[in-house]
Design a protein around this ligand. Sequence first.
Ligand SMILES: [Zn+2]
Length: 133
Amino acid sequence: MATRKPAKKVVKFARKPGDGSKWLRPSKRIAIYARDGGCVYCGKTAESGAQLTVDHIVASVDGGSNADDNLVTACMGCNAAKGKRSPSQWRTHAATKGIVFSWSDIRRQARKPLDRAAALRVLADRKVARLAA
Ligand SMILES: [Zn+2]
């Protein structure tokens, strides 16, 4: 019996480590960080050492869009803890961790216009090393 090489196992990751941001242009990501100033849930900032991410208020799996007003800044910890919870589930869960926020405040924050020109200047300055690129 002829030996055949086993078929190459192809493992595809939805996201490679450190490659989690390709769904959003860097300028828009930075504009969202600049609009929100830090995690909309717990208030941590890049300056305080938090690694910031962009979070969907309504998850994309639940039909949430990539529109500016569905995207907010969240620290890695809150984003991971939120996971696939609905907005109301996440608010309830966060409260058990001592993280208290108001969805109406966050939605109001998310409706503020993005300053893409400022974001592009920040990107050009390369002052964003601490932000998830
Ligand atoms: Zn947070």
